[in-house]
Design a protein around this ligand. Structure first.
Ligand SMILES: C[S@@+](CC[C@H](N)C(=O)[O-])C[C@H]1O[C@@H](n2cnc3c(N)ncnc32)[C@H](O)[C@@H]1O
Length: 306
């Protein structure tokens, strides 16, 4: 049944429903988890299976011991914050861990008392619903395109792009050798090597690749992992090499928000003067699984190279 036929059937059902039950029915349509099963597809099931494989290879906080800067930056946040990788642990998995006492959504305000406040969670990966949104709602048809994920970590973007898009090549560039090993293991196990390649490198050494890229994905790449001066250098590198006219850049958070972190007038002037990209407005009002955080989708921004 196509969309219009389905819509007409739904309207028919609504027109036959007793008036007093309509608000309850509409509320159920908008909020019930019962409908989530309709959104489960084979691709998402494969992504969940990859996440399960990777979970057992990592500690609960899914950080490598070498990531001291990222660990410190998380600990220094004004509000108590923990890293929970959203690709590895969806809301259901977090609930189970909380029930088992292995994780907590709250911290204690006065030790030993019942006064608690919610912990802030940050994730260094996209969740499966975010990947679905990215490849189905943010990006156009990617047939024949080269997609590069800057800082590919667990490979979530690469695997999402393989399963949810027709991109001909997906390349992940990751600076941490521990995460390169994990991605390579999953690529081999799931037979993805015909379209996915993982490179162990600093993105700043990959000018030829970046110059050739059609879609560049940058999910909070540098902020937690590099000193501010290196971050600025990396952004200048991207703006000087990612220049194919019409190519698409996806960032989390927005480029404006990232630039606001740097208080270096010369850098900002060079960056603004380069007149490099324009923002493409996105429609964030899509229906995803009920436990998807709508605010996390709003962090995703799309730009076109001018
Ligand atoms: C927030 S994670 C992004 C994960 C992944 N792209 C996703 O969306 O699920 C950022 C990753 O970038 C890597 N990284 C940081 N600086 C980098 C650089 N200069 N070159 C390559 N990778 C880098 C970090 O090691 C980290 O794994």
């Amino acid at each position: 049944m196509n969309f219009n036929d389905a819509k007409n059937e739904v309207l028919q059902v609504l027109s036959k429903t007793e008036r007093q039950h309509l608000p309850k029915l509409l509320e159920w349509l908008k909020t019930s988890d019962d409908l989530d099963d309709f959104l489960v597809d084979n691709q998402s099931v494969i992504l969940q299976s990859i996440a399960e494989d990777l979970r057992v290879c990592l500690p609960l906080e899914a950080m490598a011991p070498s990531e001291t800067m990222a660990i410190q930056k998380t600990q220094q946040k004004p509000h108590p914050t923990v890293h929970v990788d959203a690709f590895l642990y969806d809301e259901e998995a977090v609930d189970s861990l909380c029930e088992e006492g292995k994780m907590s959504r709250n911290y204690c305000l006065n030790c030993g008392s019942h006064r608690t406040a919610p912990l802030e969670f940050i994730s260094h990966s996209f969740s499966i619903p975010e990947l679905h949104f990215l490849f189905h709602n943010v990006l156009p048809d990617l047939s024949g395109k080269l997609v590069v994920d800057v800082g590919s970590r667990l490979g979530a973007v690469l695997f999402g792009g393989y399963l949810y898009s027709a991109a001909s090549q997906l390349v992940g560039v990751e600076i941490s050798s521990e995460f390169v090993k994990l991605q390579t293991m999953a690529v081999e196990k799931y037979g993805f090597s015909d379209r996915i390649q993982v490179i162990h490198a600093d993105i700043r050494s990959q000018s030829a690749l970046v110059q050739n890229t059609d879609v560049l994905i940058m999910n909070n790449v540098f902020e937690y992992f590099m000193e501010p001066s290196d971050q600025m250098q990396a952004w200048l590198f991207i703006s000087q090499n990612f220049r194919k006219k019409g190519a698409l850049l996806v960032t989390v958070p927005s480029v404006q928000e990232t630039l606001a972190l740097f208080q270096d007038a010369v850098f900002l002037e060079t960056f603004v003067l380069s007149q490099w990209i324009e923002e493409v407005p996105l429609d964030y009002t899509v229906y995803l699984k009920n436990d998807t955080d709508p605010d996390s989708l709003k962090q995703i921004h799309l730009y076109r190279v001018l």
